[in-house]
Write a protein that binds this ligand. Structure first.
Ligand code: DAH
Length: 358
């Protein structure tokens, strides 16, 4: 019989020679498996005479233990190496520059929404959002637009199918219902802006069935019309990136505000182009006013204690104005050439300090 010490040397060598877990498993089976070398020798003990067996058996058992330990140790080593190799391979170098020519573009509407959020966040406003599909109460009734009110027809509402109780959900016709949702769910004071999609059954050169608005709401105990004017003027200067933007507040009517105004900004219409901050012409950009006492009552606020202002502005319109985009419908045609021309470079985040647009 071969010298046990020599067999040990051979088997241990086969363990340390294994370069991966599969190789190690093969070495283990070759030594300790049912048909393995050591197992064969163990079986051979039966044919030995008792004296010889007494000598060889403990040595074989010892060898088996030594070998098992060595296999375990090698397995741990290989596992560690495998993990390290994987970590090295899967590492991402976050300091690598972005590809020089990114193909994607940020849609001008998304860009303008980010700019608006940035400007109002700087003034201390929070962002609020609500569902595109609204119930009648939030879209109309709570905003002081009762059943028979002409504003319901004027808004060209998209209705969903009647529910069992006869009520019908609507695609929200404005972002104003989120005023109601915010006042219902949170305690005043409020200082929020609400960007989002809105829907009306209307389609021509200056109207698309889906469009975007940004709503504003301030509720506290002392806020008045002067604050509304100051807020909107500060917004217009920041948004159009001009030192001075002329603004005109015209008396108007909305069911949910009293008094109400429409706001125009000064501009020049010149050979089919509109330039902000110049000229003698006016362009309407938003509706606003002091929140109507009935709206406050509808959400359980006491109008003798709380007051504030609100406004609603078309995002698509001001995006067209700022970036000289002539046709509203192109916004929603998903034409990649258009997007490449008017879109914004991804990963560029508008900030007041670093510049809103680029
Ligand atoms: N909801 C109005 C619309 O879609 C816009 C509006 C006007 C919103 C006056 C307001 C507001 O919050 O005070 O035409």
């Amino acid at each position: 019989m071969q010298d046990i010490a020599e067999i040990e040397r051979e088997l241990m060598a086969s363990v340390s020679a294994a370069v991966d877990l599969d190789g190690l498993e093969a070495a283990r089976v070759a030594a300790l498996g049912k048909k393995g070398r050591l197992s064969g020798m163990m079986r051979g003990l039966g044919q030995m005479d008792p004296d010889q067996r007494k000598q060889v058996a403990p040595a074989l058992n010892q060898l088996k233990d030594t070998l098992s330990e060595a296999i375990e140790a090698r397995r741990a080593e290989l596992r560690r190496a495998e993990l390290e190799a994987r970590l090295a391979e899967e590492r991402v170098d976050v300091s690598l520059p972005v590809r020089p020519e990114p193909e994607g573009r940020i849609h001008p509407i998304s860009q303008v929404m980010d700019e608006i959020a940035e400007i109002f966040a700087d003034m201390g406003f929070a962002i609020a959002e609500g569902p595109d599909i609204e119930d009648d109460f939030h879209n109309f009734t709570a905003l002081n637009i009762p059943e028979e009110h002409p504003a319901r027809q004027m808004m060209d509402t998209f209705y969903l199918n009647e529910k069992e109780d006869g009520s019908r959900m609507v695609l929200r016709t404005h972002t104003s219902p989120v005023q109601i949702r915010t006042m219902e769910s949170k305690k005043p004071p409020h200082r929020i802006v609400i960007p989002g999609r809105t829907f009306r059954s209307d389609s021509d050169q200056t109207h698309t069935p889906m469009f975007h608005q940004v709503e504003g709401l301030v509720i506290d105990k002392t806020t008045h019309m002067g604050h509304l004017k100051g807020t909107l003027e500060a917004f217009a200067r920041a948004f159009f990136e001009l030192d001075e933007v002329r603004m005109r507040f015209r008396p108007s009517h909305f069911p949910f505000t009293e008094p109400s105004a429409e706001v125009d900004i000064g501009c020049a219409f010149d050979k089919g182009q509109i330039r902000i901050g110049e000229g003698e012409d006016w362009l309407e950009i938003l509706g606003c006013g002091m929140v109507h006492p009935k709206v406050l009552k509808a959400v359980g606020l006491d109008p003798d204690e709380w007051q504030g202002f609100a406004w609603g502005m078309g995002i698509d319109r001001i995006a067209m104005l700022k970036y000289g985009i002539p046709d509203l419908r192109a916004f929603f045609e998903s034409d990649l050439r258009w997007l490449h021309h008017y879109g914004f470079v991804p990963l560029y985040v508008p900030t007041l300090g670093g510049g809103l647009s680029r």
